[in-house]
Design a protein around this ligand. Sequence first.
Ligand SMILES: Cc1ncc(COP(=O)(O)O)c(C=O)c1O
Length: 382
Amino acid sequence: MIMKVPLSSPDIVEKDIEAVVGVMKTRFLSIGPKVVGFEKRMGSYAGTKYAVAVNSGTSALHLIIRGIGIGEGDVVIVTPFSHIASSNCILFERARPLFVDIEEETLNLDADTVEEKLESMSGKELARVKALLVVDAFGQPADWDRFKEVGKKYNLKLIEDSAEALGSEYKRKRAGSLGEVGVFAFYPNKQISTGEGGVLVTDNEELARLARSMRNQGSGESGEWLDHERLGYNYRMDELSAALGCSQMERIEEILEKRAKVAGMYGEKLAEVEEVQVPFIAPYVSKMSWFVYVIRMDRGINRNKVIKYLNEEGVQCKPYFTPIHLQPFYRKMFGYKEGDFPVTEDVAGRTIALPFFNNLKEEQIDYVVEKLKEGIKLVVSE
Ligand SMILES: Cc1ncc(COP(=O)(O)O)c(C=O)c1O
């Protein structure tokens, strides 16, 4: 019998519904107390002085790039192995993403390779590099002490794309607070969801002030509706989303525990599957907040055929991620090609994101693992 197991599934409880319906009964559907409350909660959770809520993680990243003054001709170092927004936000301001390859084990940017790249640059090239945009891939914090060293040495801003890492810790410090500014995102596959939404967290008062203005059409300090001090956008988070976010944050510890339990079960059950490599968590990660559960197939196994088999058997799964530099418009804009970032390409050709969400049941995990084994057997025997 085929069991349908989705890739992800939001975890909405009665209290969440009540919180959203409660907002619908008030006059404030946008620009009201829920966003303010959500920002307080997110800032205190991340351990930063300021939090600015917006309508997506992508918007938060865009406001950061603009807010720290990155513009045409500037260069930002970033990973090619991430959600495309990590790099697109740089293009929004006509700056250039400079990709550097990842570490094979953690899937995060390799600080040594970043340093080598910077060392190899001429003075003129180096002068254009303004920031390191470091992603905590799949929720795992990068090696931030190293990135801080490199950032200091080359006088670069440190942006943390912690969109996938809400609740993770690097040496007991929470993700989001590891660079000068961080981001969380709340699409429904994330640890908590607001439907769509994001938040920027920072100790930098000026950056928070600019982001607050730019998310709201460049409004001025007066807050007057039709006063605009600078170019801005409508990146506001609405009150319904913020109410859902606040309500979800009340269960954050429970949510993270549930996800850790699911990851733990996968880890145990997959230990016996020789052809599969489970996620590696670096020793400096003092707490892992699981965003997705991404395995790697051994080289030589046709990953796409395994995915096809799993999909046919009702298990929704996906390759995660396609390298950003190989997306058609990046190839066209910058001339990137296969072979440019070998570690990223090798890993990206072998990954499978398995179904992963808070309430995934053991019998579903057993089914996924069983079908995975069958799929591998089939592909190997071909
Ligand atoms: C690492 C990373 N950065 C940025 C984003 C963009 O967030 P959003 O989808 O909320 O715009 C995501 C979304 O999944 C992400 O995973």
